[in-house]
Write a protein that binds this ligand. Structure first.
Ligand code: HEM
Ligand SMILES: *[C@@H]1O[C@H](CO)[C@@H](O)[C@H](O)[C@H]1NC(C)=O
Length: 589
C-alpha cells in the first residue's frame, strides 16, 4: 500500500509544522516557571491558533525583504506584483483554478500585462511566481540561462504518476540520459517514412466520409486524436491501439449516440484513462507544491495510469523478449522507438517511462495542431482553397505525398506555422530558478530584473504569439501569408524568439520534424478528399460553445466559434464538430 500523498507531504514538512506551536509552548512554560505569569487558557488557545499564520507571515516578509535587498544590491528591480489583498494570494489561486475550468486562455493576465508590463509577479499561496511573455526573457529561460532554469523538484513530483522519470519532467543527468536515448531515433531518415501515417489516415478519412454520407457531422478533434494515437503507438511500439476501430462518436443528442457502445471499446478505455490522467496532472500543476493537500488520501493520476499501463506492459515484455531471442550479430536496424530503446536498456520502468513520455509529448500535440488547423480552414475558406490548389498542383488528387513534396509546399508550412502561432499547443510552461538570476530589462537602458532563487517562472508563448507590438497590428488575424510576405522580414526574421511553438535551446522539442510531417501528411490527405469544411455548431455540446459575454471581450475571444481550453496542451472544449464536402462530388456539380 502506497502512503497517501497528503500524509507524505505533511511528513516532509513536519519540522516546519511543529516548530511554531513548540515555540509557543516554550514561551508559555518560561512565563509560568520563571516569571510566575499564568496565561489564561483562552489566551493560550489564541496563541496556539495564530502561531502558524504568524510564522508564515514573518517568514514571507523576511524573504521579501531579503529579495528586495538582493535586487537593490544588483541594481535590479523585482517584477511588479499583481495586486491581491487576500491572505497569501488566495484570490489569485482561486481565479487561476476557475480560469482553468471556464475562461479563455490567458484571461486574467492580459489586463495585468496592459497595466504592469510584460513581466509580472503573481503571489499564489504565499509564493511568488514570475510570469513573462517577453521574447528576451523566454530566450534567457530556454537558451542563454538554460542552466539556471530547470523543471525542478516540484514539476518532477507533479508529473511523476504520469510519466515517471521520463525525458519530459526530469533534469540534469536523468534528463540527458533519457534525451540521448531517444534522440537518435528522431534524427534518422526514418521520420521520412510515411507508411504508418498513410494507413491510419486512410482509415480515418474513410470513416469520416461514411459518417458524413449518413448525414451526420463529425467530431474532427476526436477523429484526429484517434489518428494520432494509432500512429503514435505504432510508430513508438510497432503495435497500434486500434482506436479508430472503435468507430466515431455521433452527436450527443442523436439516437445513434445513445445506442452506440463505443464507450466500452478497450481502446476508448485506454484513451479516456490517459486523457484523465493528463487533465488531473494539469490541475495539480496549478496548485504547485501544495498539490498533495488536494489529493490528500489518494493519488488521482495513479488509478488512471494503471489502466494505461495494462495496455503498455505486454508490449514492453514482448519487445524485451524478442530482443533477447535474437543473437547480437543477427540484430537488424530497429524499426520502432521501442526496438531502439531495448537496445540500450531492458529496465522495464525506464522503458515504460520513456514510451509514455513520448506518447504524452507526441500525441495530443499533433492532434491539437490538426484540430485548430481545421478550425481555421473552416473559418477562412480562401485559405483552404489556396492550400488545396497547392496540394493539387504539387501532389495531385490522389498520390501519396512524399518528404520531397513537403519541402516544396511553402503555403502548407505557412498554414501550419500560422496555426501554431495563434493556437500554440503548449500555451504556458514553467521552470524553476536554481539560483538567483538576472534577466535583461524589457526596454534597453532600464534596470534589469531580479529573479530570486527557487522561484517558479512561467512563460506564455500563447500570449507572446498574439502581441501586436511583436507581430504587427493584424497579429490576432489568421493569415498564413505573414510567414511568406514582407511581414516575415519585418517581424520574425530579425526577432526569431517571437515564435516558439516548439520552444528552443537544449530542450527544444525532439519531435518537431516528425510533427510537421504528420500534420502535413494528414492535411494533404484531407484536402485531397474534401474541398470544403464547415463548422457544425448545432452538434457542438451547447454548454461548450463560447458564452455570450465573450462577444463583448477584446481580442480573438470575441470572434471565436469554439472554446479553446488548456490542460497540458490546447484543445477545443466539446470537440470540433464539422461537415465537409467530398472532393469531386461538389466540383462535378
Ligand atoms: C505540433 C506538435 C508538437 C508541438 C507543438 C510540440 C511542442 C513541444 C514543446 C513546446 C516542448 C517543450 C516542453 C518543455 O520543455 O517544457 C516539447 C518537448 C518535447 N517534445 Fe514536442 N511537440 C510536438 C510534437 C511532438 C512529437 C510528435 C514528439 C515525438 C513523437 C514530440 C516529442 C517531444 C519530446 C520528447 C520533448 C521533450 C524534450 C526535452 O525535454 O528534452 N513532440 N514539444
Ligand atoms: C515555419 O516555422 C519554422 C520555425 O519553427 C521555420 O523553420 C520555417 O521556415 C517556417 N516555415 C514557413 C513556411 O513559414
Amino acid at each position: 500500500m502506497a502512503i497517501p500523498p497528503g500524509i507524505v507531504y505533511l511528513g516532509q514538512r513536519l519540522p516546519r509544522i511543529i516548530t511554531p506551536p513548540a515555540l509557543v509552548y516554550l514561551v508559555l512554560y518560561g512565563l509560568r516557571t520563571c516569571l510566575q505569569v499564568i496565561v489564561s487558557p483562552y489566551l493560550a488557545f489564541v496563541a496556539y491558533a495564530l502561531c502558524w499564520p504568524t510564522a508564515l507571515a514573518i517568514q514571507v516578509q523576511y524573504i521579501n525583504l531579503l529579495d528586495y535587498r538582493a535586487a537593490q544590491a544588483h541594481g535590479a528591480i523585482m517584477p511588479p506584483r499583481i495586486p491581491d489583498r487576500t491572505p497569501g494570494g488566495a484570490a489569485t489561486l482561486f481565479k487561476s483554478i476557475q480560469n482553468f475550468k471556464k475562461a479563455y486562455p490567458g484571461d486574467g493576465l492580459i489586463d495585468q500585462i496592459e497595466k504592469l508590463g510584460h513581466v509580472l509577479t503573481l503571489r499564489v499561496l504565499f509564493e511568488n511566481r514570475i510570469f513573462t511573455d517577453e521574447p528576451g526573457h523566454i530566450k534567457s529561460i530556454l537558451t542563454t540561462q538554460f542552466e539556471e532554469h530547470e523543471k525542478g523538484e516540484e514539476m518532477r513530483q507533479v508529473f511523476h504518476s504520469l510519466l515517471g522519470t521520463g525525458v519530459f519532467a526530469s533534469d540534469g543527468d536523468m534528463w540527458k540520459f533519457h534525451r540521448s536515448m531517444s534522440r537518435p531515433f528522431f534524427s534518422k531518415d526514418r521520420v521520412q517514412h510515411f507508411d504508418v501515417f498513410d494507413r491510419h489516415a486512410e482509415d480515418a478519412l474513410g470513416q469520416m466520409k461514411a459518417r458524413l454520407k449518413q448525414g451526420f457531422p463529425v467530431d474532427f478533434q476526436d477523429l484526429v486524436s484517434r489518428f494520432t494515437l494509432d500512429s503514435a503507438t505504432e510508430f513508438l511500439c510497432g503495435q497500434d491501439i486500434r482506436s479508430l476501430s472503435a468507430g466515431l462518436p455521433y452527436p450527443r443528442d442523436s439516437p445513434e449516440q445513445r445506442q452506440s457502445s463505443s464507450e466500452q471499446h478497450p481502446s476508448d478505455r485506454f484513451a479516456t484513462a490517459f486523457a484523465q490522467a493528463q487533465v488531473n496532472t494539469a490541475l495539480r500543476s496549478r496548485y504547485g507544491q501544495y498539490w498533495p493537500l488536494f489529493e490528500f488520501w489518494e493519488d488521482k493520476v495513479e488509478g488512471h495510469m494503471k489502466i494505461v499501463h495494462e495496455f503498455i506492459e505486454p508490449i514492453l515484455h514482448e519487445a524485451v523478449k524478442q530482443k533477447q531471442a535474437v543473437a547480437p550479430e543477427d540484430s537488424k536496424e530497429p524499426d520502432t522507438l521501442l526496438e531502439h530503446l531495448v537496445n540500450s536498456t531492458e529496465d522495464h520502468i525506464i522503458l515504460r517511462d520513456e514510451v509514455m513520455s513520448l506518447m504524452a509529448a507526441g500525441r495530443d500535440t499533433t492532434a491539437s495542431t490538426l484540430t485548430f488547423a481545421a478550425y481555421m480552414l473552416a473559418e477562412h475558406p480562401h485559405v483552404l482553397q489556396k492550400l488545396r490548389d497547392e496540394i493539387l498542383s504539387k501532389v495531385g488528387p490522389d498520390r501519396r505525398p512524399s518528404y520531397d513534396d513537403f519541402r516544396e509546399m511553402k503555403y502548407l508550412r505557412a498554414v501550419i506555422n500560422e496555426t501554431l502561432r495563434l493556437f500554440s499547443v503548449v500555451p504556458f510552461n514553467s521552470r524553476i530558478t536554481k539560483h538567483a538570476t538576472i534577466w535583461n530589462p524589457v526596454v534597453p537602458g532600464d534596470k534589469p530584473i531580479y529573479i530570486p532563487a527557487k522561484t517558479k517562472t512561467i512563460f506564455g508563448v500563447f500570449l507572446m504569439h498574439r502581441r501586436t507590438d511583436l507581430w504587427g497590428p493584424d497579429a490576432l488575424e489568421f493569415d498564413p501569408e505573414r510567414f511568406i510576405d514582407e511581414r516575415l522580414h519585418k517581424y520574425l526574421t530579425p526577432n526569431p524568439f517571437i515564435f516558439l511553438p516548439f520552444n528552443a535551446g537544449p530542450r527544444i522539442c525532439l519531435g518537431q520534424q516528425f510533427a510537421y510531417h504528420e500534420v502535413s501528411f494528414f492535411l494533404v490527405r484531407l484536402l485531397q478528399s474534401f474541398s470544403g469544411i464547415q463548422l457544425a455548431p448545432d452538434a457542438q455540446p451547447s454548454e461548450t460553445l463560447p458564452p455570450n459575454d465573450w462577444a463583448k471581450a477584446a481580442g480573438r475571444k470575441s470572434v471565436e466559434k469554439i472554446s479553446p481550453k488548456v490542460h497540458l496542451t490546447l484543445y477545443s472544449n466539446g470537440g470540433l464538430w464539422v461537415r465537409m464536402e467530398e472532393a469531386g462530388l461538389s466540383e462535378a456539380a
